[in-house]
Ligand binder design. Structure first.
Ligand code: F0G
Length: 355
């Protein structure tokens, strides 16, 4: 391989609003609150490609500033909140939205309150919300109950909701689709994505459609969305009162963008399907061990789904890996053998290594 242009000054990436502003509801007057999110790697997955007989790419959203795709929507939602004169923002979250909201609100000098399900958010995400200075309220209930309270708060208090019921979130997140098309030269044939509150699948579908309308893509992908089997309201066609899954990020029983997700699947000739926790964890381990990408459990649902439904031979496929594996070290450790300590001497180490 040849080096491309060492020493050449590359144009700096300065976030999704500056890059894709022509497709976003912003003007010169919009104050930009950005951490230079977006421009995440789209990497080839040779072993996964071999397993499924297709050309598979991974969109590594864990490479965003707070470690998840939420930053794409949050930069726009917070910028617009500042433009509209807001002083405080609020969200319900399974963890990543709260981490992102806390970071972008701090950057903007806004107050941020987050409601999270007590005992069901990954420890890294809780740490993020707290270190960025959000007011964290742990609710004895699940995400759906927390979101209901947040919607009530917005009706009765001077706060802006930054969940994906805020349309700016979806608009920001659609830029993930733009980047995929820009990298591949066209839309892929199949797009695999985890589904929780269903904002992201709605956003990607909008992004692909808008790029095609603008003449920047010639085709649209089939959208395959995957819910965890214990939290699969769209697949089962009913609200799930007590959703359960190891993938706590998508432990949601009544998604706000239910309609958007169903429409994306229907209009694209795709589907929303369920994957078991065992399939999710197998894909999670495979991605880390075979593709060297450490994502969080919910993210691995996209690959678990691809492995379970399959695609026509030779298809070009993109799987979105929505969040970084370090967010949830407890699950990571539960999936491996942690070795005991040996004496700090040559022989015991040699023994331990079996050399
Ligand atoms: N993957 C991760 C890592 C997530 O954090 C989420 C959602 C999803 C997938 C599903 O995306 O909700 O747009 O369908 N997390 C939200 C949160 C609910 O509060 O952080 P979705």
């Amino acid at each position: 391989m040849s080096a491309e242009a060492p020493g050449e000054r590359l144009p700096a990436w300065r976030g999704i609003i500056r890059h894709y502003g022509a497709f976003l509801p912003v003007s010169e007057a919009t104050p930009l609150v950005t951490l230079n999110e977006g421009n995440t790697p789209l990497i080839e997955a040779p072993r996964l490609s071999e397993r499924v007989g297709a050309e598979v790419f991974l969109k590594v959203e864990g490479a965003n500033p707070t470690g998840s795709f939420k930053d794409r929507g949050m930069t726009l939602a917070i910028s617009k909140a500042v433009e509209e004169g807001a002083k405080a923002v609020v969200c319900a979250s399974t963890g990543n939205t709260s981490a992102s909201a806390a970071a972008y609100a701090a950057r903007a000098g806004l107050r941020c309150a987050v409601l999270i399900p007590d005992g069901y958010i990954a420890i890294g995400k809780l740490a993020q919300a707290l270190v960025h200075g959000a007011q964290v309220v742990q609710v004895r209930g699940n995400f759906d109950e927390a979101l209901r309270i947040v919607r009530d708060l917005a009706d009765k208090a001077p706060v802006v909701v930054v969940n994906s019921v805020n349309p700016h979130r979806i608009d920001g997140q659609k830029t993930g689709a733009f980047e995929i098309v820009d990298a591949l030269g066209d839309a892929p044939e199949v797009h695999c994505i985890p589904v929780g509150n269903a904002g992201n699948i709605t956003a990607y579908w909008r992004g692909y459609c808008q790029y095609r309308e603008a003449g920047l893509a010639t085709r649209l992908p089939r959208m395959l969305g995957f819910q965890a089997a214990g939290a699969a309201p769209i697949v089962e066609g009913r609200v799930i009162d007590r959703p359960e899954t190891v993938a706590t990020a998508i432990r949601i029983g009544n998604p706000a963008s239910w309609y958007g997700a169903s429409a994306a699947a229907r209009e694209s000739g795709g589907a929303i399907a369920a994957v078991s926790d065992e399939e999710i964890l197998a894909a999670y381990r495979f991605l880390a061990a075979e593709e060297s990408v450490f994502c969080e459990p919910a993210s691995a649902a996209s690959v678990a789904g691809l492995l379970s439904v399959g695609v026509p031979t030779g298809s070009q496929v993109v799987c979105v890996l929505t969040g970084h594996g370090l967010k949830d070290p407890d699950v990571a450790i539960s999936q491996v053998q942690v070795p005991g300590a040996v004496e700090a001497a040559f022989e015991p180490v040699l023994d331990a290594l079996g050399l």
